[in-house]
Ligand binder design. Structure first.
Ligand code: ATP
Ligand code: MG
Length: 274
């Protein structure tokens, strides 16, 4: 592979999507989508249910075929890479999928070791040490290592899934609704963890979320998907100030409006979540 390009306004673009079209039969889900994700940022990707957030994630990961357009990761056009180069590139990211976070029959430790086993030939002892490091990194107790997912709380399962996403020390992680199903306290703790990992590991994070709290708490920028395109993109304040009708309904409608109101109360001295 040759060196990546991608300096735009002084910032390295880690994911660049251009004119992306994806169709399932007659269902055109992506209709010419453009998106940039910069190194070191947490990008929050929002959109209504069924709009194609998971489809985009899977297309970037190369798990779904596209009809047209270009997807670049780390400056490399996916289409121009050999299978071997793609495999090398895949080591540089980790994924927390929307569903099926962990294999139910395997312990947390075994789940975390799966990506290691797939890509490297390491001794069991070394993999055990690595798995314990990841378990500590995501704030799980060492005793979680030998438990199977059904023995853990929802929040612990999410952390374990994150530990698996971090198994190969990625530069980039994809999180598809990581806080869904968690109570507000659990979600806030998970957000804080992502924020800390971003800072300490210099991670770039592509995060699909419906969680307005997460968007406020940890996202550097937000991109909103509607009708197959990104209809708004930028820091939360920019997106909030947009006159675009879907964005106004999403952020200033009943649910979003309540959150925004409570945020501004907090800004004036009341108790805050963070
Ligand atoms: N493998 C597939 N085959 C056919 N259609 C698919 C496939 N995957 C997704 N779709 C369709 O693509 C559209 C977008 O689905 P997607 O799962 O990306 O939505 P989403 O934005 O992630 O929604 P949610 O917020 O509910 O997770 C839907 O119409 C869905 O039915
Ligand atoms: Mg989805």
């Amino acid at each position: 592979m040759d060196g990546g390009n991608g300096a735009e306004a002084g910032r390295e673009v880690v994911i660049r999507v251009r004119d992306l079209v994806i169709e399932f039969g007659r269902n055109r889900v992506m209709k010419g989508l453009n998106l940039d994700v910069y190194r070191g940022e947490v990008l929050g990707f929002v959109g209504g249910s069924g709009q194609g957030k998971s489809v985009l994630t899977r297309a970037i990961l190369g798990l779904l075929p596209k009809t047209a357009g270009r997807i670049e990761i780390f400056g490399h056009d996916r289409d121009s890479l050999s299978e071997r180069d793609l495999r090398l590139l895949e080591r540089r990211w980790g994924v927390l999928f929307q569903n099926g976070a962990l294999f139910s029959g395997l312990t947390v430790k075994q789940n975390i070791q799966l990506p290691m086993r797939e890509r490297f030939d390491l001794s069991q002892r070394f993999m055990d040490e690595l798995a314990m490091l990841k378990i500590e990194l995501v704030g799980l107790p060492p005793s979680a290592a030998d438990k199977i997912p059904s023995e853990l709380s929802g929040g612990m399962v999410k952390r374990a899934a994150l530990a698996r996403a971090l198994a190969l020390d990625p530069e980039l992680v994809f999180l598809d609704e990581p806080t869904s199903g968690l109570d507000p306290i659990g979600a806030a703790e998970f957000d804080r963890l992502i924020g800390t990992l971003k800072k300490t590991l210099g991670l770039t994070v592509f995060m699909v979320t419906h969680d307005l709290d997460s968007l406020y708490a940890i996202c550097d920028r937000v991109a909103a998907l509607y009708d197959g395109k990104v209809i708004g993109e930028g820091p939360m304040e920019t997106v909030l100030a947009s006159e675009e009708p879907w964005l106004r309904a999403y952020f200033h409608g009943e649910r979003g409006g309540r959150l925004i109101a409570s945020r501004s109360l907090r800004a004036h001295g009341a108790e805050g979540r963070d």
